[in-house]
Write a protein that binds this ligand. Structure first.
Ligand SMILES: Nc1ncnc2c1ncn2[C@@H]1O[C@H](COP(=O)(O)OP(=O)(O)OP(=O)(O)O)[C@@H](O)[C@H]1O
Length: 305
């Protein structure tokens, strides 16, 4: 467990211009008649090429909305979203198809939504290959190779209904990776699976990131999943509220341990959300006092209340 965490944390700190994903002040408003729902309210997120991150947050925080935008299935109302140099806020409809076929692979929670139920595993993987004009003669061999790579070569001739949930998710990853996209998005990919199978699927995603240099964004409620990546980004009320970075530290006896450090995320206007438990512990309410010290800030309760 320690090695991947080290390399992922290292990639998290790579050069700023090495970002595959750049989200700045992203807003997404859904309008239902007179009612407006602000699903994303100025979200900032940068993800380095080859990094794997987990996105967590309470129900309704905006995680799926973010993933839909990154997948090219939805557009932001305002803000900047760039993926692999594609400007998704301004992407014309006729280029959206090219983006979705070549730049991004998507694995969803419901195993049944990832695969075409009347096609066997090989034919499911052949579908994206045919859409990208991969040479016809080589498609079946490439599909078989991908199924082998993700450990489900033995399912090649089975229909999705003849496979377990874990096998279906592996085939779904093979489908998502068929055209070698630089970005793999997974929305609760282990949500319908038992703990052991979840762990295996997660390991597969991690290997894809580490071995093939694919950037992976996983939305998850599973704390064991989020605890195994170099960076976990928490979204609250449509904004990135905090990030946990993990790295390995060597102890005096040569043993290694993983150290996790939580950071609040500051937006471009300098706004930081103070976690609720901190606010409650010191009874911080509407007004706080800030003092600048040599290498840190102090934030004090309002003593004039
Ligand atoms: N198509 C839509 N039309 C209207 N409102 C929407 C739409 N999609 C999402 N929302 C709203 O936007 C907010 C964020 O939803 P989103 O699905 O992104 O949250 P989430 O963090 O993925 O939640 P969950 O963990 O429950 O899947 C919610 O208030 C939701 O009701």
């Amino acid at each position: 467990m320690s090695e991947p965490a080290t390399s992922l944390a290292a990639t998290a700190h790579a050069a700023a211009d090495d970002h595959l994903i750049v989200c700045e002040s992203v807003v997404r408003i859904f309008q239902h008649g007179p009612i407006e729902v602000q699903a994303l309210q100025g979200l900032d997120l940068h993800v380095t090429k080859g990094e794997m991150i987990a996105v967590v947050g309470p129900s309704g925080a905006g995680k799926s909305t973010l993933l839909s935008i990154l997948a090219g299935a939805d557009s932001p109302t305002a803000g900047t979203v760039r993926v692999a140099g594609w400007d998704l806020a301004k992407l014309p409809a006729n280029q959206r198809v090219g983006y979705r076929r070549g730049v991004v692979g998507l694995v969803q929670q419901q195993t049944s939504r990832n695969l075409i139920p009347y096609l066997n595993a090989v034919d499911n993987v052949v579908v994206p290959l045919s859409l990208s004009s991969y040479p016809r003669r080589k498609r079946a061999a490439r599909a078989a190779e991908l199924l082998d790579r993700f450990g489900v070569g033995y399912c090649a001739r089975r229909l999705p209904g003849e496979m377990s949930g874990g096998e279906q998710q592996r085939v779904a990853i093979a489908v998502a990776m068929a055209n070698e996209p630089p970005l793999l998005l997974a929305d609760e990919p282990t949500g319908e699976l038992d703990t052991t199978t979840s762990h295996e699927i997660f390991e597969t995603l991690r290997a894809t990131s580490a071995e093939d240099g694919v950037t992976v964004v996983v939305v998850t409620h599973d704390p064991t999943v989020s605890g195994q990546v170099g960076r976990t980004v928490a979204i609250r009320d449509g904004r990135t509220s905090s990030e946990v970075l993990r790295h390995t530290e060597e102890l005096e006896d040569g043993q290694q341990r993983i150290v996790a450090q939580e950071y609040a995320v500051m937006d471009r206007a300098g706004r930081v959300q103070v976690p609720r438990e901190f606010r409650e512990a010191l009874e911080l309410t509407r007004r706080v006092r800030l003092t600048l010290e040599a290498n840190h800030l102090e934030l004090w309760p309002d003593d004039r209340r």
